[in-house]
Every structure is written in C-alpha cells, then in structure tokens.
Design a protein around this ligand. Structure first.
Ligand SMILES: [Zn+2]
Length: 112
C-alpha cells in the first residue's frame, strides 16, 4: 500500500523541482552584476525560494566547477566574502536556457 508522503518528503521534492530554476536565477543575477552568497539568499527569498547556506554554497561551487561562474575574495569591512560573476560560458548557457524557459512558459500558459 502506498504510504502518504511526509511533509519533509514534499519539501525535498520541491527542492528537486525548483533546483534548476534556482540555478537559472543565480546565473541571471550573476550575469548582471557580481553576487555573493548572503545577498543571493535574500534575493531568492524575495522570490519565495527558501534556501539555506548549506544548499546555496554547494550550488554556487557546482556552477563554478562547471565553468559557469568565477569567484574572487572581496574584502567587506573586516571580513572577506566570495563574489561570483558569470563567465562567458555561463552567459552562453544562460542564453540557451532562456529559449527553453520561454518555451516551457508558453506551454504552461497555454495549458491554463
Ligand atoms: Zn531575482
């Protein structure tokens, strides 16, 4: 008998569902201006995505490892923070994703 999903399982499923959107969101902002972890968490929160530092930082590192983001340490008062920008490869990937997002959006809206 299939058991009902727990709230935690639903939240985890949401995370899977939205992880690509969150990545695209991060890439979009990183292509416009340098971003840093805490600021990006606030920005994503503004859009209704709750993401912890424990999820966001590995995501940023992953995008950097892929060559989509580049980072450098920047002094902020007494502390150092890591600043990320989109690389030319990251911009190219974002541009390719844009048409896919538009296509999906069209289907989602037509389906209503
Ligand atoms: Zn945004």
């Amino acid at each position: 008998m299939p058991r009902t999903k727990t709230d935690q399982e639903l939240i985890d499923a949401d995370r899977d569902l939205y992880s690509g959107l969150i990545r695209l969101h991060v890439m979009h902002h990183a292509s416009e201006e340098p971003i840093f972890g805490l600021g990006m968490m606030e920005e994503l929160g503004r859009h209704g995505y709750r993401i912890s530092p424990g999820s966001l930082y590995p995501l940023l590192h992953g995008l950097e490892k892929k060559g989509y983001l580049t980072s450098r340490e920047k002094r902020n008062g007494k502390s150092l923070r890591k600043e990320y920008r989109a690389t030319p490869l990251g911009r190219k990937a974002l541009k390719a994703a844009r048409s896919k997002v538009l296509e999906l959006l069209r289907e989602l809206i037509e389906g209503e």
